[in-house]
Write a protein that binds this ligand. Structure first.
Ligand SMILES: Nc1ncnc2c1ncn2[C@@H]1O[C@H](COP(=O)(O)OP(=O)(O)O)[C@@H](O)[C@H]1O
Ligand SMILES: [Mg+2]
Length: 591
């Protein structure tokens, strides 16, 4: 369930480092990004023009009642607003464009990383965590990177311009206004710290929620058959209640700010009006100055209030950038060597020499495995459940790398070959094969992208799928649903066999490919498997005696060690041996 990964409380890196991390992604659009932010200067500054224009208007028109009143002032206000609106649109457009471009590029890079990471990565992190770290984080990072920086910058510009208007109109009133505004804004700095924990926990719990939904869909039959509805609901309820409490906590921590700031600002405005009236009467400032001042002051309130908000948003997205960086710098544990060789088939043998392996450091799952497999032969692996059979065959395509010893193909360590050429030479059929949403054809072509229609038909025949596919209205183009849920277990396995067959790889691994089937279905799949095994080097883990009996060598793997090996007859001769025991317990009545 929920990942226990530590959630950081605050950005650790210096401010500009976040831009350094993102620079490779910003670089292609740097000019446009710069332009989008630079446009904020005139946009912010134009705010002040409206307030400034009120002074001559007031003094000349309202107070002097002069008949040569400047008619250009209302026109100018409209004109400026139009210019500002147009600039705003361009800035917003460019900002969105650049932001979305960067976001798309980062997501591409992260998805590539996800594909490059070893299987263990996905085993140790749940789906909610993956979605959070590889997708949602990018959204929040990019919002902060462009949007909030733009807003932050334009608000700073407009604040500076408006403060200019204040000072221009009356420096005495400006002092009152600035002191009051500063006092009103001080709590903002504290609040940011107070809410950080809440924000981070919300992020974490939201990831857990995604995992709940995924598990409920993927495991719906298990839930139904064990009547787990209440239990699963309770788990979900715990998370959603936590989220509710976090939301409320957020309101408790921040909700008082706005009313309090309003009060502080009203004190400021009150002070300004009181002292302002005195200054007018006494002739220090004109009424135009006064109106212009009050307008600028009121206009100033919005950007200043939001600067704090923007600033926390930027902090939140910087946290996301740091998390993205952690993922970007992850090095896949299983990679190609520098001058990796290309594996082109197998001529002589595959050799396991003193192979030890552990998933968790300290717990050996395979101990000193020594095994020689001649090209073109079939090796059957039998033994107790959890004995390490699947683990052993998973080492060959390097789903995991061994802890010590070596695995060689024709005398060359498998780690010397490129991963892609190694895996090109191995076809694996698992017990629970993964099929992708799409058509039957799509899934078969995953074995060989450029297969001809003839090859596809041959694969169908070999996998005993031809009759089934011919009977379908849409034939090969029938959609099979997510994970192939619209097919039966046997059909899924035969489709996986067809996919492995068309790959035409010299090495074949069959890991309990038939164990989940009933006898009749198994007999059909068994024939398909025998077709797949012809003229190849095969590792087979099976419960079915016939497969095992015909194997060139049978290896009994108990608790991570090879207990015995030999042919069926050889092994049975040793009546006290591990194979005889297994045979008597398991296989004798099976066929
Ligand atoms: N992905 C994994 N991570 C950690 N431990 C695992 C993993 N897969 C299997 N194991 C452990 O390794 C041991 C061998 O498992 P496995 O090779 O699947 O056995 P078999 O296929 O012979 O039944 C078991 O104890 C199992 O719990
Ligand atoms: Mg297994």
């Amino acid at each position: 369930m929920a990942s226990n990964k530590e959630i950081k409380e605050s950005p650790k890196l210096p401010f500009m480092d976040h831009y350094k991390i993102m620079w490779p992604f910003i670089k292609p659009y740097a000019f446009r990004a710069f332009l989008a932010i630079a446009l904020c200067i005139p946009i912010g500054a134009l705010d002040a023009v409206v307030a400034l224009a009120l002074k001559p208007y007031m003094d000349i028109v309202l107070v002097d009642k002069s008949d040569h009143s400047p008619a250009y002032i209302p026109l100018l206000i409209v004109a400026f607003t139009i210019v500002q609106g147009a600039l705003n649109y361009v800035a917003l457009y460019m900002n969105e464009w650049v932001g979305s471009k960067i976001k798309t590029d980062v997501k591409r890079a992260l998805f590539k990383k996800l594909l490059a990471l070893e299987p263990a990565y996905c085993e140790h992190n749940d789906s909610g965590f993956i979605l959070q770290r590889f997708s949602t984080d990018v959204d929040s990072a990019c919002v902060g990177l462009m949007d909030n920086v733009r807003l932050f910058f334009s608000r700073i510009c407009s604040s500076i311009a408006l403060v200019g208007v204040l000072i221009y109109n009356s420096w005495q009133l400006s002092i009152i206004a600035i002191v009051v505004l500063t006092c009103a804004l001080l709590p903002l700095a504290k609040v940011r710290k107070m809410i950080k924990g809440v924000v981070q926990n919300t992020v974490k719990e939201n990831a857990v929620i995604v995992t709940h939904y995924n598990e409920t869909c993927a495991g719906n039959k298990t839930i139904a058959s064990y009547n787990l509805q209440k239990q699963i609901f309770d788990k979900y309820d715990t998370t959603i209640t936590k989220l509710f409490k976090l939301t409320i906590k957020m309101v408790q921590k921040t909700g008082w700010m706005t009313p309090m700031m309003h009060v502080a600002v009203s004190i400021g405005v009150g002070g300004v009006i009181g002292y302002g009236s005195y200054l007018i009467v006494n002739g220090t400032i004109t009424s135009g100055n006064f109106v212009s001042f009050i307008t600028a002051l009121i206009m100033l309130y919005t950007p200043i209030k939001n600067i704090g908000k923007n600033f926390s948003a930027v902090q939140v997205s910087f946290l996301a950038i740091e998390r993205i960086f952690e993922i970007l710098k992850l090095k896949p544990a299983i990679t190609d060597k520098k001058d990796a060789l290309t594996l082109k088939g197998i001529k002589k043998e595959i050799c396991f020499k003193d192979v030890c392996f552990s998933y968790v450091p300290g717990t050996l799952v395979l101990k000193n495995i020594n095994l020689k497999v001649k090209a073109g032969t079939t090796t059957a692996l039998v033994g107790n459940s959890g004995g390490g059979k699947s683990t052993l065959v998973n080492l060959l395509p390097r789903f995991y790398d061994i802890s010590s010893g070596s695995i060689t193909i024709d005398g060359k360590d498998i780690r010397d070959f490129s991963l892609s050429s190694l895996r090109d030479n191995i076809a694996v059929v698992f017990q629970d094969n993964f099929l992708f949403s799409g058509s039957i054809r799509d899934n078969i072509l995953m074995g060989k992208a450029n297969a001809t229609e003839k090859e596809i038909n041959q694969a169908l025949e070999m996998a005993y799928l031809k009759d089934f596919v011919d009977g379908l209205e849409q034939g090969l183009d029938t959609e099979i649903g997510e994970r192939g849920t619209l097919l039966s277990g046997g059909q899924r396995q035969r489709l996986a066999i067809a996919r492995a067959f068309i790959k035409n790889a010299p090495i074949v691994i069959l890991d309990e490919a038939t164990s989940a089937l009933d006898n009749k279905a198994e007999a059909v799949v068994q024939k398909a498997i025998e077709n797949l095994m012809q003229d190849r080097t095969v590792f087979v883990i099976a419960h079915r005696l016939s497969t095992i009996r015909n194997a060139d060598e049978i290896v009994v793997l108990n608790n991570g060690q090879i207990a015995e090996k030999g042919t069926h007859e050889e092994l049975l001769r040793n009546e006290k041996g591990a194979y005889s025991a297994l045979y008597n317990a398991q296989f004798k009545n099976a066929v």
